[in-house]
Design a protein around this ligand. Structure first.
Ligand code: PEP
Ligand code: MN
Length: 336
């Protein structure tokens, strides 16, 4: 059960609500986010919900039977959207496109990418500076110096930045240079990192773990939300299956199911989802039809020279064609 509290609730009213919740055999946790104040209550006994709804200080109350609560669709009317400022938004009517290289590599690379994005009307650039790599000898990113350069160039053109944070100590140093913190598949259940990202007031894109279930993804999202940050995006990026014909198996089901189970915006990552350049567009278009709120994909001026993930990266002309197809499809969605 989620009890949303009135903004100006008094301590006395809170105590009264808690004692009634306790009397019906429920455990409760108080959650204060940047947007609201809640009691999240766990229990199974049947009772008349009006008992809670009628109490002073209660704005509304909802039964949520899912193991995750605040990220569940069951208590929220409508879907959440996340604003990045300057008119850039994720969630809502329009499909959001985020694009950029797997890794930030150089000033020239970022400048030509920004130009490409501006020409195609894409407002959010991706690019890792801290790269989780399977081999410790592979390129592991430019680090903070790269992020500062990335930010300096993007700022001039009004491009927002999404980049991966790998550990708690990086959050504070990255904060001023980031518009969306990305949590990668390998950190999807790094609960310390999720707790800390709950304390920041910038959006977090949470990727599904490589072998993560939908329930696990939503429980991870609950960590961030219940620590105070409601600006959350869920990302399907493919899971590991027995199939070896491509890098990962993009789970199209997840898009539809996440939209049913959660009010949070759902983003599809077709690049990591299939890992093969030729099929990125097909997977993304399918995800858009399935209900994705946004697409994040990898693009590079010369994919064959990319420091990481070149095999799944579009070149500029493929990228322009792809963006135009996505927009055409997006315009049709209300006809479906
Ligand atoms: C990435 O976005 O480049 C990345 C490393 O993604 P994932 O965590 O999904 O593997
Ligand atoms: Mn990548």
């Amino acid at each position: 059960m989620i009890i949303r509290l009135e903004e100006k609730i008094k301590e006395k009213q809170k105590k009264n609500i808690l004692s009634i919740v306790k009397s019906i055999g429920y455990k409760s946790a108080e959650v204060k986010t940047q947007a609201g104040n809640y009691f999240v209550c766990i229990g199974s006994r049947e009772f008349d919900i009006r008992l809670i709804g009628s109490l002073d200080g209660v704005a509304d109350v909802h039964r949520v039977s899912d193991s995750y609560k605040l990220v569940s669709k069951k208590w929220k009317v409508g879907y959440s959207a996340v604003s990045l400022g300057d008119g850039v938004k994720v969630g809502g009517k329009e499909l959001t496109i985020m694009a950029g290289p797997c890794s930030i590599e150089s000033e020239e690379q970022v400048s030509s990418m920004v130009k490409h994005l501006v020409e195609n009307g894409v407002r959010i650039m991706r690019g890792g500076v801290f790269k989780p790599r399977s081999s410790p000898y592979a390129f592991r990113g430019m680090g903070m110096a790269g992020l500062k350069m990335f930010h300096r160039i993007c700022k001039k053109s009004g491009i927002k930045i999404i980049t991966e944070v790998m550990q708690v100590s990086q959050i504070a140093e990255m904060y001023d240079y980031v518009d969306i913190f990305q949590v990668g598949a390998r950190n999807s259940q790094n609960f310390n990192l999720l707790d800390e990202l709950g304390k920041v007031d910038k959006p977090v894109l949470l990727k599904r773990g490589m072998s993560g279930t939908i329930d696990e993804l939503l429980q991870s999202a609950e960590y961030v939300f219940s620590n105070g940050n409601e600006k959350l995006l869920l990302c399907e990026r493919g899971i590991r299956t027995y199939e070896t014909a491509y890098r990962n198996t993009f789970d199209i089901n997840a898009i539809a199911v996440l939209k049913e189970k959660s009010h949070l915006p759902v983003i599809a990552d077709p690049s990591h989802g299939i890992g093969v350049r030729e099929h990125v567009a097909a997977v993304a278009l399918a995800a858009a039809v399935a209900g994705a709120d946004g697409i994040i994909y990898e693009v590079h001026e010369k994919p064959e020279e990319a420091a990481s993930d070149g095999q799944q990266t579009l070149n500029f002309s493929e990228s322009s064609e792809f963006v135009s197809k996505l927009r055409k499809l997006d315009a049709l969605k209300y006809a479906l």
